[in-house]
Design a protein around this ligand. Structure first.
Ligand code: HEM
Length: 135
């Protein structure tokens, strides 16, 4: 459980930081050399920390669910759905970072990654669901 929560913190922190970084970029036009270098550095950190954290969160989460037979509870499925949406947001962010680091401009991206407030709201809802188990 401790490792699951620790990995979840790294996962959420990674997605939140990426969404903050994306929000600081211009909507169109090419990136400066510094912005492109920052994108490449953040991409490397993302591969090293956030991606393994996502795998740990899901692996340990499935194991914890089997141990506690939580898969019968509605809160569990709402939580898993929100966690899957956060992972999808992370996937889009990683792809966008890779393209930006390779020289694309923000206007070339098909999807705008989520705003930081949405990531924070989803993470808070996930934590509330698992601690309070209201449904
Ligand atoms: C962003 C993603 C996630 C966050 C922030 C998160 C957060 C947490 C937290 C804070 C706890 C501890 C609750 C407590 O001590 O009362 C917990 C437990 C748990 N999590 Fe996650 N989790 C995430 C993803 C997942 C996923 C994807 C699964 C399943 C596939 C999962 C399944 C579980 C289970 C079964 C427990 C144990 C519940 C209990 O025994 O009361 N979690 N999670």
């Amino acid at each position: 459980m401790g490792l699951h929560v620790a990995a979840a913190l790294v996962f959420v922190a990674g997605v939140f930081s990426l969404s903050v970084f994306m929000a600081t970029l211009p909507r169109a036009g090419p990136l400066s050399d510094e912005q492109r270098a920052a994108a490449a550095l953040i991409k490397a950190g993302d591969r090293l920390l956030t991606t393994p954290a996502v795998i740990l969160v899901f692996g340990l989460g499935v194991w914890l669910a089997a141990l506690g037979a939580w898969y019968r509870e509605p809160w569990f499925w709402v939580k898993v759905t929100l966690a899957l949406i956060l992972s999808a947001i992370h996937g889009v962010q990683s792809g966008s970072l890779r393209k930006l680091a390779a020289g694309a401009s923000p206007g070339d991206l098909r999807f705008r990654p989520s705003p930081p407030w949405l990531v924070a709201a989803m993470a808070a809802t996930i934590a509330m669901l698992v601690v309070v188990k209201p449904i």
